[in-house]
Design a binder for this molecule. Structure first.
Ligand code: ADP
Ligand code: MG
Length: 707
């Protein structure tokens, strides 16, 4: 593969401040958008388009449409209805329309007089005088038949709005950048296409100039449906480039971390085998394989950066504990970081159970530790008396000082960003040695996707559950049979078990979502007077939320009503029933995570999915998929197949990076090519690597910068 030879200081790197009309104030606002160079403007991409390429008859307008109309002013008057306002009535022979201005200058008023012809654009709404446009964009035009003002030739791009940069201003600036892109030879005036032509040809993707032109100036007959769904070849071309940039950036982080020296963890004291021998169970084949990969990394003199990926309940914690034992057996400390206090405490309890019998103390450090206990814990961590430390973010505050940290374990990786992991690495650095990193996540994603999403990590997969688990039975019911399900909850709790009830997902407003949870809890408490009903939702203060979770864990609460906050890692083996309302609105990955909260004990468990009718074909397929399998990887693959354009589940839910054009799921077919291109570029074209990461990864999140 060949790429163009690098050029010195290409014009695309000119500062935006060199554009006409961009002063320091605007430049500063643009910088907040990640726009500092002229080329950056080209990569601010429209979120939608408006069609201003034809004139609509006024008689054809409806409430809510945005349209261009032409007409003659019949009447113009200043009216006083609560506020002073200028009203113009225009007509075109098919109908009439009111233009309403609240702000207008004397000159404007003088221009808008009876008999004048206008072309205007704006959103049509129903007003007190019939259809109207408030503050239309307008311009004067000649009499019908006189030389016509040309209409827009291309669809009008609408950019994501940003604090202090008005849409029209941003559009004009981007248009300027486009002009400099298209004027003259691209090599001189425009932006470099870093993707080699032969590669583009092979992938059947357009050139950068073609793609950007389509995005910023789509022709009248462009396929808007395709553009809005993000599947237009122009977007695929840009998505390819963006994915490549992310991949390169992560691979660079990896290089940085991997070039640090680390202490090999040889476990001279043999603590790891002792811990494994003391377990009441044997590791599964998958756990053994993952641990072997971890151990192989840990004895090296470069830091491990390994992700252990495995479905809920597959037993990741004990693998982490074995790795921690290896650190202790090598005379070093291990720290485990969990995303919530509850999870940290749960881990601390498990680790205590494993390490205490071996004479190895375990400390828990969370924000809510009483001052004295905290001080003494910190002391023992600093002087090295304590070898195994469990905690939340609190662990990585300034005040926590490790004597010799050999291993950092992060549970539920997607709650922590790449930046946080990089800062961990600094935290543990001692005498030029950096700690090994083990990251655990329960978000199963298919292999090709993982290779891009986690390009900075080595990945081990635990794809097997411990034996003796009865798989969760999943059943699907219409919402109309809710009362039967309530009876089932009652029966379960009467047997001494516990249940979760997950509330309907309401996208419209956060507020409504909490209200729905409160109302559901109340209704269930009334329907089940002898059951202790608790509630947790995201709006509650963390403390209160955890109190609710504790009460459930301790069995003081029989039925826990929750929003989706219970997703992460909490282990309540006695909970054997999970009811999920409006399951048809949730993504497969999320349903699977929720279902993973049950089926953790000896008793058989059930998951009941309630759905509202009517059910779309896509939703029906999704519910079938979740009912038919308990395997997270199969579900992740189905998710990928079933996701159509406009589907609810965004990458946010899987904890993957947010991107501008690309969507890891939607564009997953591009990934093998992205991965191959990234490897080749890293080997042969360092300039391309720098330019592409500069172009796509905005400052704050530019990983390569750190380290
Ligand atoms: P997760 O991977 O979701 O973090 P955990 O590590 O919490 O899962 O493990 C779930 C449960 O399975 C724990 O109670 C753990 O002790 C138990 N467990 C782990 N490995 C095995 C095994 N090989 N055999 C039997 N039980 C196991
Ligand atoms: Mg876990």
């Amino acid at each position: 593969m060949s790429a163009p030879a690098p050029q010195p200081d290409p014009p695309e790197q000119r500062s935006v401040a060199t554009l006409r009309g961009v002063g320091p104030a605007l430049a500063e606002k643009l910088a907040k958008l990640g726009v500092t160079q002229v080329q950056d403007l080209l990569f601010v991409l429209p979120s939608r388009y408006e069609d201003r390429t034809h004139v609509s008859g006024i008689g054809t307008l409806r409430h809510g449409v945005r349209a261009v109309v032409e007409g003659e002013i019949q009447l113009a008057e200043v009216a006083y209805r609560r506020r002073r306002q200028l009203l113009c009535r225009i007509a075109d022979g098919t109908g009439s329309l009111t233009l309403r201005f609240f702000y207008f200058s004397a000159a404007q008023q003088a221009g808008l007089k009876r008999g004048t012809r206008l072309r205007c654009f704006g959103e049509v709404r129903r007003g007190p005088l019939g259809l109207e446009i408030v503050h239309p964009e307008y311009r004067f035009i000649g009499a019908p038949g006189s030389e016509a003002e040309p209409l827009d030739e291309v669809l009008t791009p609408i950019y994501p709005t940003t604090e202090g940069v008005p849409q029209t201003r941003l559009r004009a600036l981007i248009e300027l950048a486009m002009r400099s892109l298209l004027d003259g030879a691209t090599a001189r005036a425009g932006v470099r296409d870093w993707i080699p032509a032969d590669m583009l040809a092979r992938l059947e993707l357009p050139s950068l100039v073609e793609a950007l032109t389509m995005m910023h100036r789509p022709p009248r007959d462009a396929d808007l449906g395709e553009l809005l769904s993000g599947r237009h070849p122009a977007q695929r071309r840009l998505a390819f480039e963006e994915l490549l940039a992310h991949q390169l950036s992560l691979l660079q982080i990896r290089q940085v971390i991997k070039s640090d020296p680390a202490e090999p963890l040889r476990d001279a004291a043999g603590v790891e085998p002792k811990l494994l021998d003391s377990l009441p169970f044997a590791l599964t084949g998958a756990q053994t394989r993952a641990l072997a990969e971890v151990d192989r990394d840990l004895v090296a003199d470069r830091p491990m950066v390994r992700l252990v990926q495995g479905d809920v309940g597959c037993g990741k914690t004990v693998v982490a504990a074995a790795a921690a034992a290896r650190a202790v057996g090598s005379g070093l400390q291990a720290a485990l970081m969990a995303p919530t206090e509850l999870l940290a405490e749960q881990h601390a309890k498990n680790f205590e159970g494993w390490f205490r019998p071996l004479g190895i103390p375990v400390a828990l450090v969370t924000g809510s530790l009483p001052a004295r206990a905290r001080r003494s814990a910190l002391e023992s961590i600093a002087n090295g008396d304590i070898k195994v430390v469990i905690g939340t973010h609190a662990l990585f505050q300034e005040s926590v000082d490790f004597a010799r940290l050999g291993l950092v374990i992060v549970d539920e990786q997607h709650r922590f960003g790449v930046q946080q992991r990089l800062s961990l690495r600094e935290k543990g650095a001692r005498a030029g040695k950096f700690p090994h990193q083990l990251i655990m996540t329960a978000t199963p994603i298919p292999r090709t996707l993982a290779m891009t999403a986690y390009a900075d990590l080595d990945v081990s997969v635990i794809d097997e559950l411990p034996p003796g688990r009865t798989p969760v039975r999943t059943t699907v019911f219409p919402q109309s049979r809710r009362s039967e399900i309530v009876a089932r909850v009652h029966a379960k709790i009467a047997e001494g078990r516990q249940a979760y009830w997950v509330c309907p997902l309401i996208e419209e407003s956060e507020e409504l979502r909490y209200q729905a949870a409160e109302e559901t809890a109340q209704a269930l408490a009334e329907a089940l007077p002898d059951v202790q009903v608790g509630i947790v939702h995201g709006r509650m203060p963390a403390k209160e939320k955890e109190r609710g979770m504790y009460a459930f864990k301790d069995g003081r609460i029989g039925l826990l009503v929750a929003t989706t906050v219970i997703e992460v890692g909490v282990d309540v083996p006695n909970a054997t029933l999970m009811v999920i309302e409006n399951a048809e609105r949730m993504g497969l990955a999320q349903l699977h995570q929720l279902r993973g909260r049950v089926g953790r004990g000896a008793h058989g468990s059930d998951c009941v999915l309630l759905y509202g009718e009517p059910l779309s074909e896509m939703a029906r397929e999704r519910l079938r998929a979740i009912r038919e399998t308990n395997d997270g990887f199969v579900i992740a693959r189905r998710d990928l197949e079933l996701r159509g354009p406009g589907e609810l589940l965004g990458t946010r839910q899987t904890g993957l990076a947010e991107m501008r054009v690309a969507d890891l799921m939607r564009d997953s077919d591009l990934l093998p090519a992205v991965q191959a291109a990234a490897d080749a570029l890293l080997k042969h074209n360092p300039d391309t690597v720098v330019a592409l990461t500069r172009r796509w990864i905005v400052h704050g999140e530019r990983y390569g910068r750190v380290g």
